[in-house]
Design a protein around this ligand. Structure first.
Ligand SMILES: Cc1ncc(COP(=O)(O)O)c(C=O)c1O
Length: 467
């Protein structure tokens, strides 16, 4: 079984190779002078463990890179699953049980309350939610959608599956889309900008929204990685025209698979409902919308099951406590770093809204970044390169514009044929991602764990920068 970190290791290696000619020192290798100094410093807590000093921790710190929601599974999730079995209503619209199915409807209602009353539609995954959002926005052949170079495959795939053309903008030191790099990529064909809030860190929406409004372009917030985060007091997903969430394993709350679409626009909502469920509108949704305003069009089946809905009701009710624990742990680490000389952290557009899922540091070169990762590992406080997304323009599938059918409309228009992906499409993104490293924060960390993270960073970062 390969988890996302392992799955992405090969891709990260390819990204590094594309963006830097520097070779990382092989793990564990030590020069002879380093070996002799390591004998001198053995057991010294101030000396780096990689040089033979005493590690900050006896055993490696473990953070749940994927599945923090499952750390909070208990009788609430079990009870909801049992209720679905007992009710004999696993399908969300009707069933043989005496009572109407209510799990998905309850989840949508409670999520809508968090989204300041916007419409919420549960679907089978975040990827499905993105496809639904594309259909809701009417994105199709001949249209262009701007997305960040560093994000998950689903963001790109949804654009291609709609038959439209993905246009990459650079990611900046927030590791999110660079607002400065959006406007010059807008053409008369641009239909939407995808603001992907990665790893709980909000995009700079105050700079993105005016650009979109000026050009009459819709903003899609991809909040897949950011359930519970906000931007200047507004929940992510309640800022742009339409938004999506994912509840796959690696997200703040999880039902294994699952997702939802959020919008304040009844027409977009009706289009989303129709596309996610074959085309006709279910009576419950028609009632919610107060009638039909959109003609039926061919849709798919991305309906959420009642089992998924039930687990999500239980998880959603825990979201505030999961987020509070995560932020408290992140804050403790940052407080422990207040005396770190000249730290270069990830840029955060709204620290109060950020989930503080990871503590990122920037290095002047990839070589120093890789040395930091090795040194932190030796301290038993593992750090790693940016993870959980892909530098899409250099992924072979993207670079070579490979589609399920050679005549796919995304790449058969003059713009589609002319557009070039590859490293030349995102040199700044590649450079930035080669120079950042992070330590993951877990909501279940103890005070001792967060102190160890701060101790290790305080110990390692200045030494690496002096090298
Ligand atoms: C940014 C982003 N968008 C969309 C998705 C798709 O979500 P799912 O895995 O539920 O299909 C993911 C999944 O990790 C993601 O990270």
């Amino acid at each position: 079984m390969v988890n996302r970190r392992e799955f992405l290791t090969s891709i990260a290696a390819a990204a590094s190779a594309a963006g830097s000619s520097t070779t990382a020192r092989p793990s564990g290798a030590m020069s002879s002078s380093a070996a002799s100094s390591s004998r001198a410093v053995a057991g010294n807590p101030a000396a780096l463990a990689i040089n033979g000093g005493k590690p900050v921790r006896e055993t490696p710190l473990w953070a749940s890179e994927c599945g923090m929601g499952t750390e909070f599974y208990d009788d609430k999730e079990r009870g909801r699953l049992g209720d679905v079995v007992a009710s004999r209503n696993p399908f969300r619209w009707y069933g043989p049980g005496p009572e109407p199915p209510m799990q998905c409807a309850t989840f949508e209602k409670e999520f809508s309350e968090r989204m300041q009353g916007r419409y919420v539609l549960g679907v089978t995954s975040g990827t499905a939610a993105l496809q639904v959002a594309m259909a809701a926005l009417g994105v199709g052949p001949g249209d262009e959608v701007i997305l960040p170079a560093w994000t998950w495959y689903s963001s790109y795939n949804a654009i291609v599956l709609a038959g439209a053309l993905p246009v990459f903008a650079e990611s900046d030191k927030s590791l999110n889309i660079d607002p400065e790099d959006i406007e010059h990529r807008i053409t008369p064909q641009t239909k939407a900008i995808m603001a992907v809030h990665l790893e709980g860190c909000p995009c700079d929406m105050d700079r993105i929204l005016p650009i979109a409004r000026k050009h009459g372009i819709k903003v899609l917030e991809d909040c897949a990685q950011s359930a519970g985060a906000s931007y200047k007091g507004k929940p992510l997903g309640a800022i742009g025209d339409i938004a999506i969430y994912s509840f796959q394993l690696c997200k703040t709350i999880t039902s294994g698979e699952g997702g939802c679409v959020v919008t304040g626009d009844p027409i977009l909502f009706e289009r989303a409902c129709r596309f996610h469920d074959l085309g006709p509108l279910r009576p419950q949704l028609e009632k919610q919308l107060g009638g039909q305003k959109v003609s039926a069009f061919a849709g798919t089946n991305f309906r959420m099951s009642e089992f998924t809905g039930g687990v999500l009701v239980a998880q959603l009710r825990k979201l505030d406590s999961i987020v509070a624990a995560l932020r408290a742990n992140g804050r403790r680490v940052y407080e422990g770093l207040r005396d770190l000389p000249d730290p270069h952290f990830r840029l955060v557009s709204d620290p109060d809204g950020d989930l503080a899922e990871r503590v990122y540091l920037e290095f002047p070169t990839k070589q120093l970044r890789d040395r930091y990762i090795e040194a932190m590992k030796a301290e038993n406080v593992p750090a790693g390169p940016p993870n959980g997304s892909v530098i899409l323009p250099i992924d072979p599938m993207v670079e070579n514009k490979v589609t399920a059918h050679p005549a796919w409309p995304s790449f058969t228009t003059p713009r589609g044929r002319a557009i070039r992906y590859g490293a030349e499409a995102c040199p700044r993104t590649i450079d930035i991602l080669n120079r950042f490293a992070s330590v993951g924060i877990d909501p279940k960390f103890t005070q001792h764990d967060t102190e160890d993270i701060a101790t290790a960073i305080n110990k390692v970062y200045p030494v690496i920068l002096q090298a």
